[in-house]
Design a protein around this ligand. Structure first.
Ligand code: XMP
Length: 526
């Protein structure tokens, strides 16, 4: 195991992720971790970046025992400065802050000890790297040599002459450092001799074991599922760990996709063996949405609050039933399928003691129900969740599902949400997605749906003039959902979809395709 000590950088988890991509197992712990308290010995230690200056009062410092372990150490950014601080305290505020791309000149030392050149072995002499720091070394710590420079940083890379200790000012873990993974491989595999045996199967075993320890022999967990990949994978993992002591709840809010509640129920219970309760609250939701015409945020609030209410009520019932059952015990835990990108988004950069804000609906649930949060996917990225889902036997269809917003098609029905509008939007969406799948485009597209516009247009159907509604199709390609491009369908495809929607969906006489990218458009229409 490679130990990553976290000094609070927004990139620390990426170090762990890159190592895992190399099949090297790594564990991340707070920078203040006492080495003596570890029950295992790392094969190497990485000190992450962080928002502090090492010379500041109150700046966090690594347990100096790290340098006595006799294992390789790599300091990244703050970590480099931390090594220098530990070895001689010569770190000063930089006169220029350096953020963004930089070009690195690698310096080789063929006549020094062979380990000195190992970090950059196999890499070019000039490398594009990503910098993000304000401080710099004032001079080399004793017994170190420079192994890389940039025009701004004379000590962009340093190595100890006798010991396998390295420091780099740039961030190898981000994709903006194209050769960063190779550098981390050099460190972990060649320098630390870490075994490359970590797989998703191991993740499952470890996570299942962790959940069992956390929850105990009788503990019960409740969690909402949506039919989306994250909540399904999280639920399946819980089921593997504690079986029926995990209680999944699907709230049918009346604005799910066509037949969604039944499909989710079938997959979850029959295929995945998850202990699921479906609550049909569609009338309650639709009743509360009635009359809300031109305030999308209000729709979101109504749906969010009603969800909390319905979920809590159901949770109480389930808890009461569970308390009287053979596996008795109160429900203490709430499952949340939080992914790593949500975690970074909500970490406040107060450093190692960073408090993680709870996400969306969960805040309200936790307060109202005195539950503790359990987040088995919090270290994973979306693509890893998909790999994990496949590993857990979740059907391909579900694993590759496009994201679907909590407020459902309510935010895809512009204007008032009525049962009639829901029917139209659902049917049109179903046809669009069906055609996308038939054309083999579903995985190429990141998200697609049909929206119902709040206008009527004139058309002619048969011999009659009609005055009916307009469907807008939306399909985007994106990697991060922060920016997105509309998908360039060919004309034949659009023609087919348009024809089917107008013919098959009662109430629609026109179909348009949304060709707005994000920004300035958002992906959803409301
Ligand atoms: P926008 O429309 O902001 O969407 O470009 C970006 C991504 O977020 C999803 N989205 C939501 N998801 N509740 C959710 O759970 C919401 O209120 C919400 N609004 C947007 C959207 O589907 C897209 O994937």
């Amino acid at each position: 195991t490679v130990l990553v000590l976290d000094f609070g950088s927004q990139y620390t988890h990426l170090i762990t992720r890159r190592l895992r991509e190399l099949n090297v197992y790594s564990e991340m712990l707070p920078c203040t971790q006492n080495v003596a308290d570890l029950s295992w010995k790392p094969v190497g230690v990485i000190l992450s970046g962080g928002p502090y200056s090492v010379y500041e009062d109150g700046a966090p410092h690594v347990d100096s025992e790290v340098f006595e372990l006799g294992v390789p150490v790599l300091g990244i950014c703050y970590g480099l400065q931390e090594i220098a601080w530990n070895q001689g305290k010569d770190v000063a505020a930089g006169d220029k802050r350096e953020y963004g791309h930089a070009y690195l000149d690698v310096q080789r030392h063929p006549s020094s000890s062979p380990h000195v050149d190992k970090l950059f072995r196999g890499l070019e002499d000039d490398l594009e790297v990503w910098m993000s720091h304000g401080d710099k070394l004032s001079k080399l710590p004793p017994s170190f040599v420079t192994i890389a420079t940039t025009s701004n940083a004379p000590f962009a890379g340093i190595a100890h002459l006798e010991k396998p200790w390295y420091g780099i000012q740039f961030h190898p873990e981000v994709t903006h450092t194209p050769r960063g993974t190779r550098l981390l491989k050099n460190f972990a595999v060649d320098i630390c001799n870490a075994k490359r045996n970590w797989t998703m199967g191991k993740f499952v075993d470890q996570e299942v074991a962790r959940i069992r320890t956390l929850v105990g022999e009788k503990g019960q967990v409740i969690g909402a599922v949506s039919g989306g990949v994250d909540s399904t994978v999280a639920a399946k993992l819980m089921q593997e760990a504690i079986g029926d002591r995990f209680h999944a709840v699907l709230v049918d809010n009346g604005v799910l996709r066509l037949n969604e509640a039944q499909i989710v129920k079938q997959t979850m219970t029959q295929h995945l063996g998850i202990n699921l309760t479906v609550v049909d609250a569609s009338e309650l939701f639709l009743g509360r949405l009635k009359g809300v015409t031109d305030d999308p945020e209000k729709k979101r609030k109504i749906i969010g609050n009603t969800f909390i209410e319905v979920f809590q009520e159901k949770a109480k019932e389930i808890a009461a039933a569970a308390a009287g059952s053979p596996q008795e015990g109160d429900i203490e835990w709430l499952l949340q399928g939080t992914l790593y990108p949500d975690v970074i988004e909500s970490i406040s950069f107060k450093g190692p003691s960073a408090t993680i804000k709870t996400h969306h609906n969960v805040g309200g649930l936790l307060e109202g129900m005195h539950l503790k949060l359990i987040e088995p996917l919090r270290e994973l990225f979306k693509d890893e969740v998909r790999i994990l889902g496949t590993k857990l036997g979740i059907p391909e269809d579900l694993v590759w599902r496009h994201p679907f917003p909590g407020p459902g098609i309510a935010i895809r029905i512009l204007g008032e949400v009525t049962p009639q509008q829901v029917r139209i939007a659902r049917e049109a969406d179903y046809i669009f997605i069906e055609e996308i799948k038939k054309a083999g485009l579903y995985r190429k597209i990141s998200q697609a749906f049909a929206a119902l516009l709040p206008v009527k247009a004139v058309g002619v159907m048969g011999d009659n003039r009609v005055h009916d509604q307009v469907i807008a199709l939306r399909a985007v390609e994106t990697t991060d959902f922060m920016t997105a491009d509309w998908y360039p369908f060919d004309g034949e495809f659009l023609k087919r979809v348009s024809r089917r929607i107008v013919n098959e969906v009662n109430g629609v006489c026109r179909v348009v395709y949304d060709i707005t990218s994000k920004p300035p458009g958002t992906i959803e229409m409301e």
